[in-house]
Design a protein around this ligand. Structure first.
Ligand SMILES: Cc1cc2nc3c(=O)[nH]c(=O)nc-3n(C[C@H](O)[C@H](O)[C@H](O)COP(=O)(O)OP(=O)(O)OC[C@H]3O[C@@H](n4cnc5c(N)ncnc54)[C@H](O)[C@@H]3O)c2cc1C
Length: 395
């Protein structure tokens, strides 16, 4: 058993850490306050080869293995979950779906543009009445000649207002499916966002975290797509969606390791500098215990993430390992962020210090790409078998 990174993986990590430290972290607070995506960082991620990290160089990608891509996510999560979230949707969910299910023509049409950031991707699964229960989506795809007409509403779509390409999941009622297997009607479509009938707007309300992300409501009204827009097979869309989440969850888990690491480092620095009762607060045992727990949990999360990524690189099934990594890493980072705010005292309650932003952002990681409840269901299913765990199809 080896725990060392290869020289190539270490080089990617060093590039990602330098980018996160020198270019992402310095603008994270301003982007959070402005509530705007730092668009210049998208272009930079293209230049650095991150936007299409695991995509084959023949399509403009960098051919990174999944361990390397996890290291990129970890570095970005350390600096800003909004930037990491952009990449996870664009490069992880959309890019990897194209890689895994796209025809040659679909890959040639989109992957090189996604690799540079000339085109931005979004992933449209969630609806007002279907989140965790993704098989319950109501958006329809009705056959019309050679193609389909899409109608429905998607919410919480990261990158949705910026995107040029939307990966849309919709139900074709013309596909025969047993009443207890509604997911067999779901199809995945590649929809250029300038297609007539494709409407979008900002999500209403102000988000708790990820404020430098773009979250959209997508309204599909009579959107016509051709047969060449189907990703995978008609009726195979649920498989595409779940395969994407299997990749995506690893990215979220790696990002959570970065958040936990950032909270730990900030807390250690603060505990060394801040004095109370004539001593450094780091001299108090309760602070030391909190730091020790944070360090142990972040390291355990990191090992789960790297192992799941390594298994993916071996082409082995990772559903259980990825869900375990996502569950543990996000919950550990949540505890780390909570402790970090507490250790910073009143300062932790102010956006003058980044722990406040990490504390707000980490709740998002606990929710999207399958909440912690859903990860537990996935893990239990793997332990007990699908029937015993008794859960519906999961998003
Ligand atoms: C910042 C952010 C970005 C997002 N980006 C995207 C995106 O780009 N694309 C996209 O499609 N979606 C996106 N989402 C949506 C996200 O994936 C959903 O919010 C998530 O899947 C939960 O769905 P829901 O909000 O409908 O909650 P619900 O599914 O209604 O769940 C509500 C509660 O019930 C629990 N629950 C549900 N079913 C069960 C069960 N069987 N057993 C136990 N508990 C259960 C859930 O865990 C949760 O606690 C994003 C969300 C956020 C917050």
């Amino acid at each position: 058993m080896r725990f060392d990174l290869t020289p190539a993986q270490a080089a990617v990590r060093d590039r990602a850490v330098a980018f996160a430290r020198d270019e992402v972290a310095p603008v994270a607070r301003a982007a959070d306050e402005a509530g705007a995506v730092a668009v210049h960082l998208v272009r930079r991620m293209g230049e650095l080869g991150f936007l299409a990290g695991p995509i084959d160089p023949a399509y403009g990608g960098s051919g990174l293995d999944h361990v390397s891509f996890a290291l990129v996510y970890e570095a970005l999560g350390w600096a800003d979950s909004s930037v990491r979230g952009f990449l996870a949707v664009h490069g992880g969910l959309v890019g990897l779906c194209l890689r895994d299910h796209g025809t040659e023509a679909q890959k040639r049409a989109w992957l090189p543009r996604l690799a540079t950031g000339e085109a931005i991707g979004c992933y449209c699964l969630t609806e007002p009445e279907a989140g965790s229960d993704a098989a319950a989506i109501a958006t329809t795809a009705v056959r019309d000649g050679d193609g389909w007409v899409l109608d429905g509403t998607k919410i919480w779509i990261t990158n949705g207002n910026l995107a040029h390409l939307a990966l849309v999941f919709a139900r074709d009622p013309g596909i025969a499916a047993p009443p207890d297997k509604p997911h067999r009607q779901i199809c995945a479509f590649l929809v250029p966002t300038d297609t007539p009938g494709f409407g979008r707007s900002k999500m209403p309300g102000r988000e708790l975290g990820h404020r430098a992300s773009d979250h959209a409501v997508i309204e599909l009204r009579g959107v016509r797509v051709g047969a060449d827009a189907v990703l995978g097979a008609p009726g195979g869309g649920f498989r595409v969606a779940m395969g994407a989440l299997d990749h995506g969850r690893l990215g979220v888990a790696a990002g959570a390791v970065g958040v936990g690491q950032a909270c730990l480092e900030a807390s250690v620095d603060f505990a060394r500098a801040r004095r109370a009762f004539g001593r450094r607060i780091g001299d108090f045992e309760m602070i030391q215990a909190a730091l020790a727990d944070m360090a142990a949990e972040v390291e355990a999360a990191r090992l789960l993430v790297y192992r799941a990524a390594w298994l993916k690189d071996q082409g082995r099934p990772t559903t259980r390992e990825t869900s375990m990594a996502k569950l543990f890493a996000t919950e550990a980072a949540l505890r780390a962020a909570d402790q970090a705010v507490l250790i910073h005292g009143g300062r932790g309650y102010s956006n003058a210090y980044p722990v406040e932003r990490h504390w707000r952002d980490i709740k998002g990681l606990q929710i999207y790409e399958g909440t912690s409840h859903i990860q537990r269901i996935v893990i239990a299913r793997e332990l007990l078998g699908r029937e015993a765990a008794g859960a519906p199809a999961l998003g």
